[in-house]
Design a protein around this ligand. Structure first.
Ligand code: S6P
Ligand code: ZN
Length: 191
């Protein structure tokens, strides 16, 4: 079983396999199924039906061994599988950093993007292999897979940033991503 390293962390090298979406050495892997995304999709009827029917895996997050601790700089690779629920593209839960600090996402495979919301303004930044998306302090962020293959990106973030998922459930994300005839359509997020 993989785990986070214990400080003090030694200088080290990490191998990144963009196609496999893996880090070596790696820490824990988090798997999120549709049932873990309660309150995220607009069409609650379809959501409940699909959870009851097959409860598919929506995304997974593989961490490096660097722990989420102050002054450390953890990394992770998120893979969002291709799919929709009620026409809405598969997404991550989305969160705010309770300690408002920036973060970067680096595109590895597939096509997707970051919906960002600061409680007032909303933005969408597309991510493809080789593109870096910058998430400034104070912007909640949620990733979507807008393509037909798994979308993979590397995240690098301050270890003390934390994850507040409740903020998104309370305030929404500003935008929702839908697939219509294979095209990404962004719609206002109505609370
Ligand atoms: C951490 C970073 C990512 C996400 C991951 C899953 O700050 O933003 O590693 O944790 O993409 O998203 P979420 O919203 O379920 O944490
Ligand atoms: Zn984050």
């Amino acid at each position: 079983m993989t785990s986070f390293a214990v400080p003090p962390i030694s200088p080290h090298q990490i191998s990144l396999d963009a196609i496999a979406g893996s880090l070596t050495p790696s820490g824990p892997t988090l798997v999120r199924r549709l049932s873990d995304l309660a309150g995220c999709f607009e069409n609650t009827e379809t959501y409940e039906a699909e959870v009851a029917a097959s409860n598919p895996i929506v995304y997974q997050v593989i961490s490096s061994t660097v722990p989420e601790l102050p002054r450390e700089l953890p990394q992770s690779i998120t893979t969002i599988f291709a799919g929709t629920c009620g026409g809405e593209l598969y997404m991550t839960k989305g969160h705010q950093h309770p300690d408002p600090q920036g973060e970067i996402y680096f595109g590895l495979e597939g096509i997707g993007g970051i919906i960002m919301f600061d409680g007032n303004e909303k933005k969408y930044v597309e991510i493809t292999p080789g593109k870096i998306g910058y998430i400034p302090p104070g912007w909640a962020h949620r990733s979507i897979n807008s393509g037909t293959t798994p979308y993979k990106f590397l995240a690098v973030y301050p270890g003390s940033a934390g994850h507040d998922y409740g903020w998104v459930l309370k305030n929404g994300m500003g935008l929702r991503g839908f697939s219509e005839n294979g095209k990404l359509i962004l719609k206002d997020f109505i609370i």
